[in-house]
Design a protein around this ligand. Sequence first.
Ligand code: SF4
Length: 301
Amino acid sequence: MNKKANIILTHNCNLRCKHCYLDAKPCKEKIDDNYEKTIEIIDKLKIKDFREIMFTGGECMIFPKLEDLIKYAKSKGFVVSIFTNGMVYDEKIFNLVDIVHISIDGSEQIHNDIRQNSNSFANIIKVLDYLKKIDKYTIIQMTINNKNYDDIDFLINLTLDHLNIRTVKFAFTTSSGRAVENDIYSDKCMIEYINNKIPELFNKTKYHIQFLTNLFNKYDFENYCLTGLSGFPFWIDIPENKYYLLNSEISKIHNLNDLNLEIIETESATFLKKLNDNREKIERNENIDIEFELINLLGGK
Ligand code: SF4
C-alpha cells in the first residue's frame, strides 16, 4: 500500500506558467472550505497508517492556513513536504517542513520566459540560499519540454553550490492545460537526450545527487516496480473534491466525500498486475515510462 499522499490544496497560483497542465492562475477558485476539508483528510490518512503528506497546488504557499496544516500534520506524526514554485519567501514554513520540492525550468532567461515572470528565477535562488543555510532536504524538479531540454547543465552548478539539494527530478510535460495552447511539449528525442545525459550528471555531481525521471530502465522496472517497492503516487484534489491514483488520465476518479482508501489499494494492485502480466512486452523497451505504459494498457479513462 502506498503510504504517501499528495494533497492539492488549491488551483490558485501566483504564476501563470506557459506549460501549466492545471491551467492554474490567481483567484481561479474560492478556497474558504479547503482548510477544514484537509484536516478531515489528514485524520483519515492517519487512521490508515499513511506516513507522508506533500502539500501542493496550484501554489500551496499562497494557501492562507498552510502553516496550521503543516503543524497539524506534523503533530500527527507525518513526514511533511511542500511543492512550491519559489515565489513566496517564508522562513517559518521552510523551517517547519521536512522536505521542500521546488520547480525550476532552466537557466534564468528560459525559466522566466516559461514562468512569464521576470523575478521568478531570482526568487528561487533566494529560497534555495536560505534552504542551504538551514540544510533543508531539497528536491528540484525540472519539467522537460521543447523550450528547455538542452538547458540542464546549469542545474549541475546549482546543485554543486547547494549541497542540501539531494534529488533532481526531470518530469516530462503533460499535454493538457496551457501547455497545449502554448505549443509546449516533450517528445521521444528530448526524453532520450535527458536519459543519455544522466550518467554524465552523476559523474559531475560525484553521485551525491539522485537523478530521477518518469522513466525506469528495464532492470529497475523488474526489481523495483514489480516487487511493489515503488508506490504509485496517490492524489487528493481538495478544491475539486476528488481523488485518484498516479494520474487522473489513468485512474478512475473518485469522489472525496466517499474517501475509501481500500479503493486505492485495490487499484494499486490492479495496476501492478497489469504491468506484471505485460512484463515481457514492456521490457522490450530499454526505458520504461510507467504512466505511458499504463495509459496504453488500461486505455485511459
Ligand atoms: S506550473 Fe505550477 S507554478 Fe506554474 S502556474 Fe501551474 S501551478 Fe502555478
